[in-house]
Design a protein around this ligand. Structure first.
Ligand SMILES: Cc1ncc(COP(=O)(O)O)c(C=O)c1O
Ligand SMILES: N[C@@H](CCOP(=O)(O)O)C(=O)O
Length: 467
């Protein structure tokens, strides 16, 4: 299998190159050139298997022979052994047709661990085989950062520079990144929003000299391997609830559109998905698009669900590519106009096609707190603000009462203790291994939102550049 860019101009690349190269050289995002199809018998055979085994089966067709054979079995077994629940991503039933899938049993308590624990080992395997080093540059609104740092800390062939928007992530999220004391980990508190961080990362990838000198690589959903690995939990939840013999819907708290795009990928591979329900906070560009057809970026508003405080949802470009019949030139023109004007022109036919599978709902902070309180009152569960938005969207936008809906619980409530306590009066405790988090010293460089300063910083941190 080869991977193609959404902007149609970069060369097709094999998996190893795409894994290590991040953004395509034409500014686009990579996608597989075709989707493998899992037939009904294969999907049925996944039910009841350990998560690591299903992950290996689902990912095998996307991998080169050198990894697909038995290496992937070892890597998935090792990655998912680090999770704190024997089922890896257990399902908890809320009512007769709604389930919550807990994606927060990994080392950093958020769904990003599902992909990044595996990616860390994959990077190491491929880099050792090629005798290379990389410098990862990433942007985080909170959770990608800690999951990527945890997955890559102290790895000999990797340096990691992680940009977070100063003052705009929760204290637990920030400390999970900045208290890591490892020579290859470099945190940047950027004076700006998450969108500024993500734009800076993409601009650094566009600098060919920097990119080649430092061996830049991505851990964000820019990296297609990240979201391919996330498609697995849609499949394990679906088959546990009766797929392929009945369709399943998913409700997903959404910011950068990566997680819900992973659900779209699972559907392309044959999982019968009835609806992908997008839950937004007040930064509701995706919900406005789905409901009204217009995609206009506004200023980012700080909310109680900071990981979704995003206006430029990077992965929407991957969906747009499909909606425009995989026409890279059409994507290129529209993305250039979006960058210049903040308005993305999506043809009405494409909008209607998007609405065949996606639906959207928006919740402000008041509604989010009310939802956390309601869930606690009615079920005893404590949920984080992002998860609450997913559960509310599951209830409000489910297509019918009979199709099961899986609401994705994307973070542990202890990552957002202030909001949870405000809504319920109960303060969720951190797991014992993070008990010292508030006492450990923090390490971060405060930098302005200035590309030249960031590039200089990355060069300084990169052992690949120094070699
Ligand atoms: C807890 C949580 N929920 C939801 C999201 C939104 O996910 P995505 O950006 O993939 O749409 C994030 C961001 O990664 C997150 O950290
Ligand atoms: N919400 C994310 C933002 C980055 O998204 P990604 O899926 O592209 O890594 C975060 O938690 O950092």
């Amino acid at each position: 299998m080869l991977y193609i860019s959404t902007r149609g101009e970069a060369p097709r690349l094999p998996f190893d190159d795409v894994l290590l190269s991040g953004l395509a050289r034409d500014g686009g995002l990579y996608l597989p050139d075709h989707w493998p199809h899992f037939d009904a018998a294969t999907l049925r055979s996944f039910a009841g298997k350990p998560y690591a085994e299903v992950a290996a089966e689902v990912l095998r067709p996307f991998l080169p022979d050198s990894v697909a054979a038995d290496v992937i079995d070892r890597l998935t077994a090792r990655a998912y052994a680090r999770f704190g629940h024997a089922a890896t991503c257990p399902l908890v039933q809320l009512d007769p047709s709604t389930w919550v899938q807990e994606l927060f049993h990994g080392p950093t308590l958020a769904f990003k661990d599902l992909a990044l624990q595996l990616l860390g080992d994959l990077f190491e395997h491929v880099l050792a085989a090629r005798g290379e080093r990389i410098t990862i540059i990433g942007a985080t609104s909170g959770d990608t950062g800690s999951a990527a740092i945890e997955a890559c800390r102290e790895r000999e062939r990797i340096d990691i520079v992680m940009l977070h928007p100063a003052g705009r992530v929760s204290e637990v999220q920030r400390r999970q990144m900045t208290t890591v004391d490892a020579a290859n980990v470099h945190n940047v508190a950027l004076d700006g929003t998450f969108d500024d961080c993500q734009a800076a990362v993409k601009a650094m990838f566009a600098d060919t000299a920097l990119r080649d000198q430092c061996g830049l690589a991505a851990v964000n959903s820019i990296n297609v391997a990240r979201i391919l690995a996330q498609a697995v939990y849609y499949i394990t939840a679906g088959v546990a609830l009766g797929a392929p013999d009945r369709p399943v819907s998913y409700a997903v708290p959404t910011g950068n559109f990566g997680n819900v795009y992973a659900g779209y990928m699972a559907a392309q591979m044959g999982l019968p998905v009835e609806r992908l329900i997008v839950g937004s906070n007040s930064n509701d560009i995706l919900t406005r698009f789905l409901n009204e057809g217009a995609m206009d970026a506004r200023s980012v508003v700080a909310t109680l669900s900071p990981s979704m405080d995003i206006q430029v949802s990077s992965n929407f470009e991957r969906l747009l590519f499909d909606l425009l019949d995989r026409d890279g030139a059409a994507v290129r023109t529209r993305m250039a106009r979006f960058r210049d004007t903040g308005s993305l022109d999506v043809p009405a036919t494409a909008w209607r096609a998007a609405r065949d599978i996606f639906a959207g709902a928006r919740y402000d902070d008041r509604e989010t707190l009310a939802e956390i309180a309601r869930i606690h009152r009615e079920t005893g569960m404590l949920v984080d603000p992002h998860t609450a938005i997913g559960i509310a969207a599951a209830r409000d936008r489910r297509p019918d009462d009979s199709t099961p809906v899986v609401a994705l619980a994307t973070a542990h409530p202890a990552k957002f203790p202030d909001a949870v306590e405000r809504a319920t009066g109960e303060r969720p405790a951190l797991p014992p291994r993070l008990a010292g988090l508030y006492d450990w010293p923090e390490h971060a460089s405060e930098l302005p939102n200035d590309l030249d300063s960031l590039k200089a910083f990355v060069r300084e941190c990169s052992r690949a550049a120094a070699a």
